[in-house]
Design a protein around this ligand. Sequence first.
Ligand code: APR
Length: 240
Amino acid sequence: MKPEIQANKIVILSGSGISAESGIPTFRDANGLWHNYSWESVASPSGWRAHPEVVLEFYNERRLQADQAQPNAAHRALVELESAYEVVVITQNIDDLHERAGSSNVIHVHGRLNHARGTSDAHKRYRIDAAPILMGQLCEDGTQLRPDIVWFGEDVEYMEESRRHIATAARVLVVGTSLTVFPAASLVRAARGRAEKILIALEMDKLPFGFKFMRGKASSIVPYLCNKWLEAHRNGDLNS
Ligand code: APR
C-alpha cells in the first residue's frame, strides 16, 4: 500500500550545483573537484588506509572553503517556501549552506563537513565547525578521527527516510545534481506519478522519467519556481 501524498509537501533533492554559485566547486563539471583530485585517493576507504594525512588535508581545505562561502538565492528561496509548505531538503552536499540559509529540515545522505567521526564501529560523531582534523586526534574510543563523510563504497545514510519523504511529496524538485552517484540518484524513483516533478541543472544526460527539465542556474530558477508555488498557495491552488 503506497503512502498518501501530502498536498502541502515539497521535497528537494540537491547536489553540488546548488552551491556552485556560492563558490564551492561541483565534482564533474569543467574544473570540478574530480578533475583535479582522484576520488580513489581522497574519498575512499582504501585512500584513507593508504594516506590518511592526504585525506584529512583535502577535507580540511573543503571545510574552510565551505565555511567562507555564503548561501545563495537558491538556498534562501527554499527557506521562504517553508512559510506556506512543509519542505524537506535531502542533500548530497556536505556543506551546511542549506542550514545556514535557514532550512529547518535538512537530511545529509553523504555526510557533513562540520562534523568528525571516530573510526571505531561506534562511529562516534563530533561537531567541529570549521576546525581542521589532524593526525593523532582521537575519538573517545581512542581511534583516529576522520571526516564525517560517506566515501565511495561506504553505506549511504537515511535512504529509507528519504524515500518515504519523496513518496509522500506532492512536489519534488531536483536541483544541481548529475544523478550519477548511486544509491542517492535512485531516490528520484520514489517520486509519485501524480507529483509535480522538476529537475534544474545546467545540463542533464538522462532525465529521470516524469521529470520536467529546466535548464539554467539554481540562483535564478529556484526563486522563480518558489515564488510560483507561494503564489499558488496564496490563491489556494495547491495543484497548479
Ligand atoms: N545551477 C544549477 N545546476 C548547476 C549549476 C548551477 N549554478 N552548476 C552546475 N550545476 C549542475 C550541473 O549541470 C550538474 O548536473 O550540477 C550538477 C553537478 O553534478 P556533479 O558534479 O556530478 O555533482 P553531484 O551530482 O552533486 O555529485 C554527486 O558525487 O562525488 C560525489 O559524494 C559526491 O555528493 C556527491 C555526488
